[in-house]
Design a protein around this ligand. Structure first.
Ligand SMILES: NC(=O)C[C@H](N)C(=O)O
Length: 334
């Protein structure tokens, strides 16, 4: 029987009703009481890392999760992390960069309703997660939620309330779990050993464009960060012309050694800055990168990881366009 470590961090799955609304109060052991049939699937030990609504999760918690996995890596066959859904896609992406090529599965799950409610998705999500984490061909970081197994770098929360909360962006689901049976669509190649990283840079910002916005916003963001991601419109571009003065802000940022990444606020199919004049002119700058088919969650956490490793523009560019955990498959070199 496989030995799995359940790492509890909070979220709705661990929440109880309080006078001020739902708050995580149940421990990992409390949660396990609700799934007695787990004993037929695998052997489970637990680690309570924190008990937070995932709105309160930040880089320090990603480091804690990665460090806990590294410390316990030899002792267990896989890991199931219980986490709030709100920032789960960020955590799944962050762990995909902090723990690369893991031959053992790292599964994130949670729920839209607390585990102690009569009608809840928590128990099914937990059982599915342990089934997946115990399967022989599972490896790397993924979210298991509402019967779908979604690669960590491709996950996005798309529903605030209903059970089908997550989707896979620009990449198929790895597997589905139906009535306790796993159907694997994509077989990942297992590496021999995991590679752990211990440094990230939190000074990464995200600017979402709205019609009429001007370059002062970009300048303000650039002054306060080492890297800025601009979520532009459609396949990508920046408002052009005197009154917007985005060009000045971009050149100021580049001269200050900042990294700028263009992406899109459209969820599917990604960016391609070469298509329109509003984007094409940005291709002249080596320090302006493009997210292509990556999720914004993956871009944010990949930049944090990259800037923890290097400050050298050519190195940043090379790492950004290097595919990690299938995060970017469409780019200019292909
Ligand atoms: N469904 C959930 O888990 C939402 C909760 N606010 C959290 O992210 O912790």
């Amino acid at each position: 029987m496989k030995k799995i470590l359940m790492i509890a961090t909070g979220g709705t799955i661990a929440s109880k009703g309080t006078a001020d609304g739902l708050a995580p109060e149940l421990t990992s052991q409390d949660i396990l009481h609700y799934i007695p049939s787990l004993k037929d699937i695998c052997e489970v030990e637990t680690l309570q890392l924190c008990n937070l609504d995932s709105t309160n999760i930040s880089m320090e918690h990603w480091m804690m999760m990665a460090n806990a996995i590294e410390e316990k890596y030899e002792k267990y066959d896989g890991f199931v992390i219980c986490h709030g859904t709100d920032t789960m896609a960020y955590t799944a992406s962050a762990l995909s960069y902090l723990v690369q090529h893991s031959p053992k599965p790292i599964v994130l799950t949670g729920s839209q309703k607390p585990v102690d409610m009569e009608i809840t998705d928590a128990r099914a999500n937990l059982l599915d997660s342990f089934i997946y984490a115990s399967s022989d061909d599972a490896c790397g970081v993924q979210i298991v939620f509402s019967g779908k197994v979604i690669l960590g770098t491709r996950a996005r929360k798309v529903r605030t309330k209903s059970f089908q909360a997550f989707t896979s962006i620009n990449y198929p689901s790895l597997a589905v779990i139906q009535d306790g049976r796993k159907i694997q669509y994509i077989h990942q190649v297992k590496a021999a050993t995991a590679e752990f990283y211990h440094k990230m840079d939190p000074k990464v910002g995200l600017l979402k464009l709205i019609p009429g916005i001007d370059g002062d916003y970009l300048r303000y963001f650039l002054e306060r960060n080492d890297a800025i991601i601009i979520e532009s419109f459609g396949v990508g571009g920046l408002p052009m012309g005197e009154r917007y003065h985005f060009g000045e802000a971009i050149e100021w940022g580049i001269n200050q050694g900042k990294t700028i990444v263009m992406t899109t606020q459209v969820p599917n199919e990604g960016s391609d800055m070469t298509i329109y004049q509003v984007g094409h002119h940005l291709k002249q700058y080596d320090s302006v990168l493009e997210a292509y088919d990556m999720t914004t969650e993956a871009v944010v956490t990949k930049l944090m990881w990259i800037l923890g490793q290097t400050r050298e523009p050519a190195g940043i560019r090379r790492l950004f366009y290097t595919t990690v955990a299938q995060d970017i498959l469409y780019n200019e070199s292909r």
